[in-house]
Design a protein around this ligand. Structure first.
Ligand code: GUN
Length: 298
C-alpha cells in the first residue's frame, strides 16, 4: 500500500501569495490606491510577537500597506476600543486584526465585536459568523478558509463527500463545517462527547482534526480513502533532540496515519503557512467590497 500523498501547505501558500501580489498590483493601477492591513498586538507574548512580525513582513512583500499597533499589557479595555474606533474610521485601513489571546482584564468578544464587520479580516465578528451560517457573503476565518482552498485544489468538486470535522470551536470547527456544507458535503461535527469517535472518523472522505490534542487521530481512525487535514499545533517534549527540547506536532499521529490515508497535511508545513496568506486574501476582499472595487481573480 502506497503512503499518503503529502499536501504541501508551504507551496500552496506561496502560490496564493503570488496571486495576491498580482491582485494588489491590478488594484493599484486601476484605482490608484493600496489595500492596508492593521494588526494590533497587546502585551509581549513571544509566539504572538513572531506571528505579528510575519504578518507585517508578508503584507508588505505582497505590496500592501502594513500598520502595526503595539500596546503594553497594561492598556485598558476602553483605550483598546478607542484605537479600534480610530482604525474603523481610517479610510486607508481595509482590514483590522487584533491578535489573540488578549490579557485577562480585557473581554475578547467585546473587542472583536467593536471591529467594523466590513474590516473584520479574521471573520470573528458575530455579523460575519451569522452571514457564513446563513449563506451571506461573509469574511471567513482564515484557518478554515485555508483548509477549504487546499481541499478544493485537491478534489476539485467537493459535492457529496462525507466530511467529519473533529472540534467545534468558533474559530475553526464551526466555520469549517459551514464552509463544507456550502460546498455540498455531508458534514458531521464530532467532539469530545461523540460516541465511538474512531469509527465516525473512519467513515470520512475528508477528516478535519481541530481539537488541540497532540497526535490524537491514530491509524485506525482513517481509511484508505480519507484525506486528512490537520489543524492542530501542539508543542510536545522531544528528549531525542536533547534535554528540555520540544517539537511541534499536529492533532494527527502523522507517521502512522500517512501509511494508510489517501492524503495528509503535515505539521509544520501544512495548514499553518496558509493562515497568513488567507488573511491577506481576506484583506483584498474586504478592500474591494467596502470600496466598491472589482475583485481581481484570487
Ligand atoms: N492568534 C493565533 N492565531 C490567530 C488568528 O488567526 N487571529 C487572531 N486574531 N489571533 C490569533
Amino acid at each position: 500500500m502506497a503512503d499518503a500523498e503529502i499536501i504541501d501547505g508551504k507551496v500552496f501558500a506561496q502560490k496564493l501569495r503570488s496571486r495576491i501580489t498580482s491582485a494588489t498590483e491590478i488594484i493599484k493601477q486601476k484605482y490608484n490606491s493600496t489595500p492596508g492591513l492593521a494588526v494590533v498586538l497587546v502585551g509581549e507574548d513571544p509566539a504572538s510577537e513572531v506571528y505579528v512580525r510575519n504578518k507585517g513582513k508578508q503584507t508588505t512583500e505582497c505590496g500592501m500597506v502594513s500598520f502595526e499597533h503595539k500596546l503594553t499589557d497594561e492598556v485598558s479595555q476602553s483605550e483598546l476600543l478607542d484605537l479600534i474606533q480610530k482604525l474603523n474610521n481610517d479610510e486607508s485601513v481595509d482590514g483590522i486584526l487584533v491578535q489573540l489571546p488578549l490579557p485577562e482584564h480585557i473581554d475578547p468578544q467585546a473587542v472583536l465585536d467593536a471591529i467594523n464587520p466590513e474590516k473584520d479580516v479574521d471573520g470573528f465578528h458575530v455579523v460575519n459568523a451569522g452571514k457564513l451560517a446563513t449563506g451571506g457573503d461573509a469574511l471567513v476565518p482564515c484557518t478554515p478558509l485555508g483548509c477549504l482552498l487546499m481541499l478544493k485544489d485537491y478534489f476539485g468538486d467537493l459535492s457529496g463527500k462525507n466530511a467529519v470535522v473533529v472540534g467545534r470551536s468558533n474559530i475553526v470547527g464551526k466555520p469549517m463545517a459551514a464552509l463544507l456544507t456550502r460546498e455540498n458535503c455531508t458534514v458531521t461535527i464530532a467532539h469530545s462527547r461523540t460516541k465511538d469517535l474512531p469509527s465516525v472518523c473512519r467513515s470520512a472522505d475528508i477528516l478535519i482534526a481541530a481539537v488541540g490534542k497532540a497526535e490524537m487521530v491514530e491509524e485506525d481512525w482513517v481509511s484508505e480513502k480519507t484525506v486528512v487535514i490537520d489543524v492542530g499545533i501542539n508543542r510536545i517534549p522531544a528528549p531525542e533532540r536533547g534535554e528540555g527540547k520540544m517539537r511541534l506536532v499536529g492533532d494527527v499521529a502523522f507517521d502512522e496515519v500517512k501509511r494508510k490515508a489517501k492524503a495528509i497535511t503535515p505539521v509544520p508545513g501544512g495548514v499553518g503557512p496558509m493562515t497568513i496568506a488567507v488573511l491577506l486574501r481576506n484583506t483584498i476582499e474586504a478592500a474591494c467590497r467596502r470600496r466598491g472595487w472589482d475583485l481581481p481573480d484570487l
